[in-house]
Design a protein around this ligand. Structure first.
Ligand code: APR
Length: 190
């Protein structure tokens, strides 16, 4: 586990001094509330102007823009899945394709957000990247489940990719921080 390359902080992702911050966007990429709103407010109007040229982004995929007034050089925008599933054991086979009963589609799409954001970051020479807790706010994804998916995907990526030196999970509340701390401890030794 590249534990020394993963950090966990409580705070505002918009002020993080890293090469890229990840935005929990929506598929229009035209801004919103939550972390999306905070990033656009801090980056200034040029961010939205560049987002308008991107033509949106499908759930689970990622697109990159400049960071403008942010300390970060880049913003990587990735729309997370909206949680529809009734919680079931992580990885359980869904009983209905796309029915969301097992939450499997959401799990897969959320994992894609992390993997595609990291791949895009490497392609742009990003060494340090910060993630919010994607989909666990307005999109309602249970954070205990989402944090395990996030940590597992980041760990797997760092084990095969040396290009990324540091991944910071930025939690907006003490409660979220505690959940991610448990996820990191659980997965660190797997
Ligand atoms: N810094 C870090 N994390 C933040 C910040 C911030 N400034 N503001 C909110 N968060 C946290 C929330 O507490 C939550 O844990 O980001 C996580 C994701 O919550 P949302 O921002 O609601 O994102 P999400 O659940 O993925 O929903 C996306 O919300 O903002 C809209 O346009 C966005 O439609 C999209 C939807």
């Amino acid at each position: 586990m590249p534990a020394n390359r993963i950090a966990l902080v409580e705070g505002d992702i918009a002020v993080q001094h890293v090469d890229a911050i990840v935005n929990a966007a929506n598929t229009s990429l035209l801004g919103g509330g939550g972390v999306d709103g905070a990033i656009h407010r801090a980056a200034g109007p040029e961010l939205l102007a560049e987002c308008r040229t991107l033509g949106g982004c499908p759930t689970g995929e990622a697109k990159i823009t400049k960071g403008y007034r942010l300390p970060a050089k880049f913003v990587i925008h990735t729309p997370g899945p909206i949680w529809r599933g009734a919680p079931s054991p992580v990885g359980a086979v869904s009983t209905g394709e796309g029915s969301g009963v097992g939450g499997r589609d959401e799990d897969r799409l959320l994992a894609n957000c992390y993997r595609n954001s990291l791949s895009l970051a490497v392609r742009h020479g990003v060494r340090a990247i910060a993630f919010p807790s994607i989909s666990t706010g307005i999109y309602g994804f249970p954070i205990e489940r989402a944090s395990r998916i996030a940590v597992r995907e980041v760990k797997a990526f760092l084990e095969k990719e040396s290009g990324i030196e540091k991944v910071v999970f930025v939690c907006f509340s003490r409660g979220d921080f505690t959940v991610y701390q448990s996820a990191l401890e659980e997965i660190a030794n797997q």
